[in-house]
Ligand binder design. Structure first.
Ligand SMILES: [Zn+2]
Length: 268
């Protein structure tokens, strides 16, 4: 008889829809599960109970209520370890994490590395690692498909540096962000770069997905680098559009980024 390797756990990543446009991500192996940013407990309970999954861990990216609002209720029923940003006030947190830390969830044989990505909030973190054969990124409200989070507690320079960390990840990395904002982001992106053919093609794909009520998330680092103006603040075409919108010559990528963020905030 030949020895066989144990089967690699069959890991799945799925969205749990919450509120009007949040995605709570659940990773499971048919037995154990981890959830990212459970802003609401009820849909998470439904997802766990319908497949008889036990909750091993909760990963939190930042303190906003629509990301942490379900944590305490989930902990009443499940003995899950909560990981969250060291610099933020959270309803519960067993392991405070910051850049350089890694998070290992043994029951799922998963390890994530933590990145500090301030900008949307001051202590926002992201989790990146391998799930099965895929490189993945759980980025909360830092990067969206075609957009980025609003700067509630950070500066444009911080947010640009945070997006630069994402840009350095492998291009195939799948991006699991926390909201379905894609179509409105891409409508604005097309105003910034009307000549970007990758963007036009991607927008058509996403429009079709939404017509069928499919999520447009995950996207990938490669797609965001090709289509997302905030990831393209150093591209001449984007800088030129930002200069035109601001009606002045913006001196550097941080100024371009700041102008893009204000432009998007005001875009209707
Ligand atoms: Zn947020």
């Amino acid at each position: 008889m030949t020895a066989t390797l144990p089967d690699a756990p069959n890991l799945r990543i799925r969205p749990i829809r919450a509120f009007s446009d949040n995605y709570i991500w659940i990773i499971d192996n048919g037995k154990h599960a981890v959830v990212v940013d459970p802003g609401d407990a009820m849909p998470v309970f439904d997802a766990l109970e319908s497949e008889n999954l036990s909750l091993a861990a909760i990963l939190l990216t930042h303190h906003h209520h629509d990301h942490v609002g379900g944590v305490l209720e989930l902990l009443k029923d499940y003995k899950a370890t909560v990981y969250g940003p060291a610099l933020e006030n959270l309803p519960a947190c067993d392991v405070a994490v910051a850049e350089g830390d890694s998070v290992t969830i043994e029951s799922l044989a998963l390890t994530f590395n933590v990145l500090d990505v301030p900008g949307h909030t001051a202590g926002h973190v992201a989790y990146t690692g391998q799930v099965g054969k895929d490189s993945v990124l759980f980025c909360g409200d830092t990067l969206f498909v075609g957009g980025c989070g609003r700067l509630f507690e950070g500066t444009p320079a911080q947010m640009l540096a945070s997006l630069d960390k994402f840009a350095a990840l492998p291009e195939s990395t799948k991006i699991y962000c926390a909201h379905e904002y894609t179509l409105s982001n891409l409508r604005w992106a097309r105003t910034v770069e009307p000549g970007n053919l990758d963007l036009a093609k991607f927008e058509a794909q996403c429009t079709q997905a939404r017509e069928h009520d499919q999520p447009t998330v995950p996207s990938s680092i490669a797609t965001e680098k090709a289509c997302n103006p905030f990831m393209r603040a150093r591209q001449a075409s984007v800088a030129k559009a930002a200069n035109h919108w601001a009606d002045k010559v913006l001196a550097n990528p941080v100024e371009v980024f700041a102008a893009l963020r204000t432009w998007k905030n005001e875009f209707r």
